[in-house]
Design a protein around this ligand. Structure first.
Ligand SMILES: [Fe+2]
Ligand SMILES: [Fe+2]
Length: 187
């Protein structure tokens, strides 16, 4: 899906300035989500997260912050970017993406809520189960959403935004929400 996953160095020169910023942000979100999914599935998944372990605690804390940042990323798209796409004939596309945000938001908040409970009150079998299910649900929704946005928005920004608007939004986004703010937990 994302170009970096195809192997080799990232080539983003065909993207607009805002496209590059969003691509970087999507890549960090994807890395986070893959790390989370790997932690709750397979062999790793048989070993419940232990909040008494300093590394696991740090990962859970980083996750709670990153989940808020994902929600904030979606808010930026809805408030600033999607109205411009809509004005340029992308109304159906943005409606679909907003619907997906409406699914992802509650899922992300649910994962964050369980992570916070684990941090505050420890882990047990039921809580671990709940966390695994919620994390998997979030991961599958998020992955298909990122894939869609990469193909239908990030790679097509040139047809939705003029160069000046693209530049202005890229600068604004970098100043207010640098992609590197998203720490990739569970690596
Ligand atoms: Fe996005
Ligand atoms: Fe989005």
């Amino acid at each position: 899906m994302l170009r970096r996953m195809e192997g080799g160095p990232v080539t983003t020169s065909f993207l607009t300035e805002l496209g590059q910023v969003l691509h970087e942000e999507h890549f960090r979100i994807l890395s986070l989500i893959c790390g989370l999914e790997n932690r709750v599935a397979g062999d790793e998944g048989r070993r419940p997260i232990d909040p008494r372990n300093a590394d696991e605690r740090a990962n859970l804390r980083a996750l709670t912050i990153a989940l808020d940042q994902i929600i904030d990323h979606n808010n930026f798209e809805e408030a600033i970017l999607f109205p411009l796409i809509c004005e340029h004939g992308g109304g159906d596309l943005t409606s679909l993406l907003i619907q997906e945000h409406d699914t992802i938001g509650p899922l992300a908040r649910h994962v964050r809520e369980i992570a916070t409970t684990i941090l505050d009150h420890g882990i047990d079998a039921q809580r671990w189960d709940e966390f695994q299910i919620a994390a998997n649900d979030l991961a599958s929704e998020m992955m298909s959403h990122l894939q869609k946005e990469e193909m239908a928005v990030v790679q097509r920004l040139r047809s939705f935004l003029d160069t000046a608007t693209d530049h202005r939004l890229a600068e604004k986004h970098l100043a207010e929400r640098p992609p590197t703010r998203i720490r990739i937990a569970f690596q």
